[in-house]
Design a protein around this ligand. Structure first.
Ligand code: FPP
Length: 264
């Protein structure tokens, strides 16, 4: 009898990625996943390679993660590709990072179109080199009519800058009397952000073992579940992503309220 039960239990444990994927897809999926892709430099160092080799490998992980997130049914994937603080890095590294969107999109744009992925960007485009801007612009135009997952690159993005810009925008509307003090609500502030058309992230993932937000989506992450993994970004694969999603699905999101049986 016990043996029978145990055997039954053992066979019910999903073993392959495909089985785990099927189960995960039946449970609530985060609508918006944001990722701080960290650990490219350390990945390269472990292999005695230059840092840029880590970024190049990281670009391949961007492709893999995009396709897998799409497969999972995630609606928005925001990737922190270059922060306003990253300009402090050596010029050679910055130049390389600025070439990656071009290489990524020229290689994978047809695949993104085929998968109905829509490319978007948050951050300030002004300071980006022309070739970077053009590559992103071209991808945004080519995918503008796609209505599948949004692949949102945060390029030259900084959350405090974004918040300051939103405050400026609202202050100028106030001074022009197009809005009034009472109109300044959480919704109007959200509406002044670069993400005004997107839902807030449900899940933030940071790779490489670092446990901080690094000026990323500070307003939007107010109620996000946070997941930190030791895996370096170039090593982050389908199994790593699925593990994070499975963990997310075990959590109870209360948004500050209580569970059903706690309200007594
Ligand atoms: C942080 O790792 C990573 C970055 C600053 C760049 C992230 C960029 C990519 C993953 C590729 C982007 C691809 C496209 C298509 C835009 P780090 O260099 O700080 O790593 P470390 O902490 O190990 O040094």
């Amino acid at each position: 009898m016990f043996d029978k039960l145990l055997r039954k239990k053992t066979t019910a444990v999903p073993s392959t990625l495909q089985e785990r994927l099927t189960i995960a897809k039946e449970k609530p999926m985060p609508t918006h996943v944001a990722i701080i892709m960290d650990g490219n430099g350390r990945w390269a160092k472990q292999r005695k390679l230059p840092r840029i080799a880590g970024h190049h490998e990281g670009m391949k992980t961007v492709r893999r993660t995009t396709l897998f997130a799409n497969e999972l049914g995630i609606r928005v994937l925001t990737l922190y590709a270059f922060s306003t603080e990253n300009w402090k890095r050596p010029k050679r590294e910055i130049d390389f990072l600025m070439k990656l969107p071009g290489e990524f999109l020229s290689t994978y744009l047809p695949e993104l179109v085929e998968n109905n992925v829509k490319v978007e960007m948050i951050g300030s485009a002004e300071l980006l080199p022309i070739h970077t801007k053009e590559a992103i612009q071209k991808a945004m135009e080519a995918t503008a009519h796609n209505d599948g997952m949004i692949l949102n690159f945060a390029m030259n993005y900084g959350s405090r800058f974004e918040i300051a810009e939103a405050v400026k925008k609202l202050a100028s509307q106030l001074s022009e009397n197009t809005i009034h003090l009472d109109d300044l609500t959480e919704e109007t502030v959200s509406g002044a952000m670069m993400t005004s058309h997107l839902p807030d992230p449900d899940l933030l993932i940071r790779t490489s073992g670092e446990v901080r937000l690094s000026n990323f989506m500070l307003w939007q992450l107010a109620y996000a579940e946070l997941a930190f993994t030791d895996v370096l970004w170039p090593d982050f694969n389908e199994a790593s992503m699925l593990g994070v999603i499975e963990d997310y699905q075990k959590r109870s999101r209360r948004f500050g309220s209580l569970e059903g049986d706690e309200i007594k």
